[in-house]
Write a protein that binds this ligand. Structure first.
Ligand code: SAH
Length: 356
């Protein structure tokens, strides 16, 4: 048993079952044993590959999309350029390189990164050493400025709870002990006001997921966009409304049972984009339609960008570029599985590539 597993078993023995959200927080962010605190999960040698690690085109196009929003809003100065969960810092580095030619953009920006893992903060500092960047613990701490933000595969890593509908309410899926090992069970039926709207589309036995931290993190961002201007591009796998168990554990590019090896596998859930959009409602911020990543990148000109890059390449490097373009956009690869949601001030148009 790993040390984190021993700690979790001891805690459950003493205090009873824990929620999936508590389990995820410990597995991902425990200071000593947490997945993001202890390892570099990205790339071929890690557990998964994210879009910015596949090709520079991803960060470049997102950067130019945000820069166009900034120009369309009258080039406000100063403004906050923000990334949630920047991983290795690759996306932000590509974004900054691509926007260096946009007159006034770099002069007006203040770069803020929201990153929970001290290990990844150090990697980000290294990747972005040419730039002046600051870290904030949460979006609440961002200054009162226009916010231009990107978040790729951030919301899928946030701790969520799962509930199974029952004739008398919702029973939470909890993690307890089965013969001394971690196992799933159900709590007693309770009222869940936050899930009242799911009574329409669910039946007894159905499972729904609730990621409250997503709403807490997004609200101050939507509030700034609505009040001061800006735009947010949120990219993740998921759909407009999620139904059923989407919890997934990945280790060395393979799926593993989520309660095995706590802290050693990446844990994610599909993002419920409807929940994200609803959580910004009270701020008056507008949101785009949820758009497949492949469609969004094609609209932003990824094919033209790939053609331009291809002119300087041949052999293996050219094959890699062609494969990267396909991987990011093709419906059978990441093109359809990943979706994009844009946030923007209600008096403006949605970011380029997205529709209202
Ligand atoms: N955006 C990057 C990395 C995605 S992985 C990419 O596309 O490659 C998720 C990132 O979010 C990691 O950097 C992780 O450490 C960070 N993270 C996870 N939970 C967080 C939280 N609650 N607060 C801040 N950062 C978090």
């Amino acid at each position: 048993m790993s040390s984190l597993e021993q700690q979790l078993v001891a805690r459950i023995q003493e205090n009873g079952p824990i929620s999936l959200a508590e389990y995820m927080s410990e597995c991902l962010l425990h200071p000593e044993f947490g997945y993001y605190s202890t390892r570099d999960p990205f790339g071929q040698s890690g557990d998964f590959v994210t879009a910015p690690e596949i090709s520079q085109m991803f960060g470049e196009l997102l950067g130019l999309c945000l820069a166009q929003c900034w120009l369309d809003q009258g080039a406000p100065s100063p403004f906050a350029l923000v990334e949630l969960g920047p991983g290795r810092g690759t996306l932000m580095r590509d974004l900054l390189r691509a926007t260096a030619g946009v007159t006034g953009f770099h002069q007006a920006m203040q770069v803020f990164l929201v990153e929970a893992s001290p290990k990844l903060q150090r990697e980000q500092a290294k990747a972005l050493e040419e730039y002046d960047v600051s870290w904030v613990a949460e979006p609440m701490e961002l200054p009162n400025l226009p916010v231009f933000l990107v978040a790729n595969e951030f919301f899928d890593a946030l701790p969520a709870r799962q509930f199974v509908r029952d004739s008398d309410g919702w029973r939470e899926r909890l993690i307890g002990l089965e013969e001394g090992k971690l196992g799933f069970g159900l709590g007693s039926a309770t009222d869940q006001p936050a899930l009242a709207y799911r009574l329409e589309d669910t039946r007894p036995g159905d499972l729904v997921e609730l990621c409250s931290p997503a709403a807490t993190l997004l609200e101050p961002i939507a509030d700034r966009i609505s009040t001061f201007g800006g735009a947010a591009l949120i990219i993740d796998y998921g759909d407009w409304r999620s139904l059923g168990d989407t919890l997934q554990a990945l280790r060395a590019h393979k799926s593993t049972p989520p309660l095995e090896n706590p802290g050693k596998a990446d844990l994610t859930l599909h993002v419920d984009f409807e929940f994200l959009a609803q959580s910004t409602k009270s701020t008056g911020c507008a949101h785009s339609r949820v758009t497949p990543q492949g469609v969004f990148l094609e609209r932003l000109g990824i094919t033209e960008r790939a053609q331009a890059l291809s002119r300087a390449l041949q052999g293996e490097a050219l094959d890699t570029l062609i494969a990267a373009h396909r991987r990011l956009t093709h419906p059978e690869e990441m093109g359809n599985l990943f979706k994009v949601l844009g946030l923007y001030p209600a008096q403006f148009s949605p970011p380029p590539g997205l529709l209202s």
